[in-house]
Design a protein around this ligand. Structure first.
Ligand SMILES: *Cc1c(COP(=O)(O)O)cnc(C)c1O
Length: 395
């Protein structure tokens, strides 16, 4: 059985993913099972998506109730789950209006369009550049690849969307110089660079960027696709920095396992896009919004506090392990630099030891379900420790 799924997949699914040799068949919370019934502790959440873990009962109930009631309407009509979600997101974050998309890249596309139109409306043509950070990641569409500040993403698909410039994270002077040219309309950043290696930005740099954006009427865009919805122990990672961007994008963890993206806009750019200037067929779908509404109801202040506590606990335990060079991150978004092996080898080994982790460049990246228990964290740390000891013995 398992073999045949792999074979069929290899034959018919496009070859863009280097899949691990693992077929997951079911899961509950932070545990899942492969086709042979072997158990795994999941520290990946499907790349930060299953914020409440696999198939949390209340989430399943909310989603299935919605499936049975109304599956889709299109954006030509009103529907309750979409309106409710927009209201809760605005009330939780202080933003004014939301656009719903289907993925992180698509949410960022929306943010980029808003930034350019905001500037065009006020200042006319020629003020359209968007500054992003070196080592950032903003998505896989042609435009968000342009926005991504890593050369490896700028191959093959020429011509890329014009109008992106890059500065090193932390280099406020370089940013000021670029902005001084007068053709910049926005600055876009992840507060913790996720794919780039789980690297939190410097607080002073973020605050100075926000001040610069306010002074020059540039829109500050926070890509919180990975950091948002409680991942770092705050609803938005911007709260750690004391900064509220003009636009925040969300996606990964928002739907609890369903595809959704959201563009949150502050008052000044909430009405920048008017009728028929942007749209999507699936955005705001009732089923997906029902999942997200359940996630938002769960991720309250107590929940966020527990994420913060568990994040600290997990990070401290990891940092004390012999064989761990460094630990970075915020909340339950954790990067670990391992001695003696590559991150991808370590993650591959982890699967054979019953633990699912991710990589982010040279770091092992952990994005466990936000509902992971202390007991599960202890178990995961014990497995990681035993893996590290095997490397120590080899050396
Ligand atoms: C994953 C990610 C994206 C892209 O999201 P998709 O849903 O894969 O399009 C964009 N920005 C950040 C910060 C991400 O982590």
């Amino acid at each position: 059985m398992g073999k045949s799924v792999k074979d069929i997949d290899k034959k018919y699914v496009m070859n863009t993913y280097r899949r691990y040799d693992l077929e997951i068949t079911e899961g509950m919370g932070a545990n899942c099972y492969d086709v042979d019934g072997r158990e795994y502790i999941d520290l990946s959440s499907g790349i930060g998506v299953n914020s409440l873990g696999f198939c949390e009962m209340g989430w399943v109930a909310s989603v299935t109730q919605q499936v049975c009631k109304l599956n889709h309407t299109s954006n030509l009509f009103y529907s309750q789950p979409c309106a409710t979600l927009a209201k809760s997101l605005c009330e939780r974050t202080g933003y004014s209006k939301v656009f719903f998309a289907n993925s992180g890249a698509e949410a960022n596309e929306g943010a980029i369009k808003i930034a350019r139109k905001y500037s065009y409306d006020k200042y006319g043509k020629g003020r359209d550049k968007i500054v992003t950070l070196v080592n950032s990641f903003h998505g896989r569409t042609v435009t968000t690849l342009s926005a991504t500040g890593q050369e490896v993403f700028h191959d093959y698909f020429f011509p890329f969307t014009q109008g992106f410039e890059y500065v090193d994270a932390g280099d406020i002077d370089a940013l000021s110089k670029l902005v001084a040219k007068g053709d910049v309309c926005a600055v876009m950043m992840e507060f913790v660079q996720g794919e780039g290696g789980v690297i939190p930005l410097d607080k002073d740099f973020v605050q100075k960027t926000a001040e610069l954006c306010a002074a020059k009427d540039l829109l500050m865009i926070a890509d919180e696709v990975q950091t948002g919805v409680g991942r770092t122990g705050k609803f938005l990672a911007g709260e750690h920095y004391g900064v509220k961007a003009d636009i925040t994008t969300l996606a990964k963890g928002l739907g609890g396992g369903l595809p959704i993206g959201a563009v949150l806009t502050a008052e000044k750019c909430a009405s920048t896009l008017g009728f028929s200037m942007h749209g999507t067929t699936f955005g705001g779908n009732p089923i997906v919004c029902a999942g997200a509404n359940y996630v938002l109801a769960r991720v309250d202040e107590d929940f966020l506090f527990s994420v913060e506590q568990k994040g600290e606990y997990f990070q401290e335990k990891l940092a004390r392990l012999d064989g761990v060079e460094s630990v970075s991150g915020l909340g339950l978004m954790i990067g670990v630099r391992i001695k003696g092996t590559t991150s991808s080898e370590f993650v591959k080994d982890g699967i054979s030891r019953g633990i699912i982790m991710l990589t982010a460049k040279d770091k092992v990246r952990l994005l466990p379900p936000l509902t992971i228990t202390y007991d599960e964290i202890d178990k995961a740390v014990a497995i990681i420790d035993s893996m590290l000891s095997a490397y120590r013995e080899v050396k």
